[in-house]
Design a protein around this ligand. Sequence first.
Ligand SMILES: Cc1cc2nc3c(=O)[nH]c(=O)nc-3n(C[C@H](O)[C@H](O)[C@H](O)COP(=O)(O)O)c2cc1C
Length: 182
Amino acid sequence: MTVLDIFRVFENRKSSRHYLRTPIPDEMIHKIVNAARLAPSAGNIQPWHFIVVQDKQKREKIAQGCIYGKFLSQSPVVIIACGDKQASSRWYAVDTSIALEHIVLAATAYHLGTCWIGMFDEEEIRTMVSIPENFEIVALLSLGYIREKRDFWAKILHTIRPRKKLKDIVSWESYGKTVHKI
Ligand SMILES: Cc1cc2nc3c(=O)[nH]c(=O)nc-3n(C[C@H](O)[C@H](O)[C@H](O)COP(=O)(O)O)c2cc1C
């Protein structure tokens, strides 16, 4: 299996909401979560902790508490991204998010699907997997082999993912100066 280069990874990454039940080899999971270790963080504090959940009952319980993440019960892995707010009160969410996106991109390089989940039942998950008080759950991530949906609307939703134009998100030298040589 070929691993994708970084620009192919950016192009190929998309939020996947349908998964095969096929388990992911442990070695691959290790390589993917190791990508988080390599992420930058303010003061190199690395205020993150990632809980890899494979247990079906736990995944189902997590999914129940997610209005927009019912598919977490289908993906063979759910990653709970926790940020240590005591260790880095200003940057824990930023740092943990950067590290989680490393995981996303590493998974994409292995042709796996992911989806960030921002709404969840924090206290239920905290109790279920014993997360200490100093950590906040920053986000959840589904991870698994992508099951391509065949129906028309699913395909449309997966294909049309509008992006703002570059000129609308980048200025040159001062805000609003959008004209550039290239
Ligand atoms: C912080 C964050 C929270 C998100 N929460 C959810 C969610 O709860 N459910 C979901 O289906 N997608 C969620 N998404 C995925 C976005 O909907 C998706 O990234 C966006 O529509 C762009 O599509 P794409 O990822 O396929 O490019 C979230 C993404 C981010 C970054």
